[in-house]
Design a protein. Structure first.
Length: 410
């Protein structure tokens, strides 16, 4: 066989939006964790120990035995109707299955939302900080992404009102009220009520992302924002954190005003999410399996969170108690997979990462999670994949890296 070489190479003209696409910082950091011996607090991966392998093995055999031809065939874009009914039934407000769209992971839901709601230059509001994957989904549509001041209870409604008055009306507010990625914080009941009321008054749609809401440790989080105003919200959910991320299945719930366009965007993207995977999920979820399975995940993750909090208290003992800015500080998440920490003054989490990796531990610098005005001292720690022993060794290694990197007092 011969090949032909042309003197003039092909000229590929990329769309402008392609220039706005950036690699995931987290995905790049995960490559580092593949080195032997690295303890990773970096990835947002659920623990593989929680995957119900036996149940999926049985479900796979059942689907192939009883429904193989449909499972391996093209299917409706909305999703497998029995699964859509299960989603509607498990949500804590009255949901019509006709308003449920099965997506290829909840990340696809963000992409669909971006495609139908964002024009070039339109304003989108997000928390401070916010989920990196959402920024990646929104950015190619060329919006103006505006951060809303946020505290331990979530977005500050006074700043939301102020920024809604400045410039054009925002297309939507994107929030993760439960055990947020990256901070692990949970929006309080009072803040939820205030936010939903303000958004309704302002005519501001809310996109509520809730992949972690079932992973509470001591008590469930307050009622979702969407339950309080279904006509004013799009709700995103996922099977990745409670069953298996490799199946890439999530869902969204949307009102009549936007559902048809989300469906059309879905049809253009992939026709439908994998039929076989949807049927397997539906088979596994029969007979109340999630109600039995999720508590085992909560118990495991709580144990690991407690181990990380204890290790941080034990190892991060440098600095001045009377000067919080001289110490490492962190929060106590009430569920989910992440803890948010802040380095002493004068330090930079990106610069610290290389020294930490040299000592055998990795984390994600917080810089990537800010739409604007990033905090270079912030970092995200995931506690769900390492063992308790690895958490203890990893936090000790991180403390050593911080101690060696602290600026010398003048």
């Amino acid at each position: 066989m011969t090949s032909t070489t042309h003197d003039n190479p092909t000229h590929w003209s990329l769309a402008r939006r392609a220039g706005r696409m950036n690699p995931s910082v987290i995905r790049e950091i995960l490559k580092v964790t593949e080195k032997p011996g690295i303890i990773s607090f970096a990835g947002g991966l659920p623990s593989a120990k929680t995957f119900p392998v036996v149940e999926f093995s049985r479900a796979c055999a059942t689907v192939l035995r009883d429904d193989a031809h449909a499972a391996l065939q093209y299917a409706s874009s909305e999703g497998f109707l029995p699964l859509r009914r299960m989603v509607a039934d498990m949500l804590p407000w009255d949901v019509d299955p006709a308003h449920v769209l099965i997506t290829t992971g909840s990340q696809q839901g963000l992409d669909l939302v971006a495609k139908i709601l964002i024009d070039e230059g339109s304003r989108v509001l997000v928390e401070t900080p916010t989920y990196l994957g959402a920024l990646q989904a929104f950015t190619p549509m060329e919006p103006e992404v505006v951060s809303i001041d946020s505290d331990a209870q979530g977005v500050r409604v006074d700043d939301l009102r102020r920024k809604c008055r400045d410039g054009d009306a925002p297309r939507f507010l994107y929030v993760l009220p439960n055990f947020q990625n990256p901070t692990g914080r949970t929006m309080s009941e009072a803040r939820r009520a205030e936010l939903v009321s303000a958004a309704a008054e302002l005519g501001l749609p809310i996109v509520e992302d809730n992949p972690y809401g079932d992973l509470w440790f001591d008590q469930p989080p307050p009622l979702p924002l969407t339950a309080r105003n279904p006509g004013g919200c799009i709700y995103l959910g996922s099977f990745s954190k409670v069953l298996a991320p490799g199946l890439r299945l999530g869902f969204l719930v949307a009102p009549d005003a936007v559902f048809p366009k989300l469906l059309q965007a879905k049809q253009a993207a992939d026709l439908h999410s994998p039929s076989f995977n949807q049927r397997m999920i539906a088979e596994v979820m029969q007979d109340g399996f999630l109600a039995r399975h999720i508590p085992t995940i909560r118990a495991q993750y709580k144990k690991q969170r407690d181990a990380m909090l204890a290790a941080l208290s034990r190892e991060m003992v440098f600095g001045n108690d009377d000067d919080p800015d001289s110490r490492v500080t962190w929060n106590t998440p009430e569920g989910g997979m992440f803890l948010w920490a802040r380095l002493p003054r004068g330090m930079d989490a990106v610069a610290l990462l290389a020294r930490a990796v040299d000592k055998g531990v990795a984390f994600v610098p917080g810089l990537a999670f800010f739409a604007d005005h990033p905090d270079p001292r912030s970092l995200r720690l995931s506690f769900v994949t390492p063992s308790v022993a690895e958490i203890e060794r990893g936090v000790a290694a991180l403390a050593a890296a911080i101690r060696e990197s602290m600026p010398v007092a003048a």
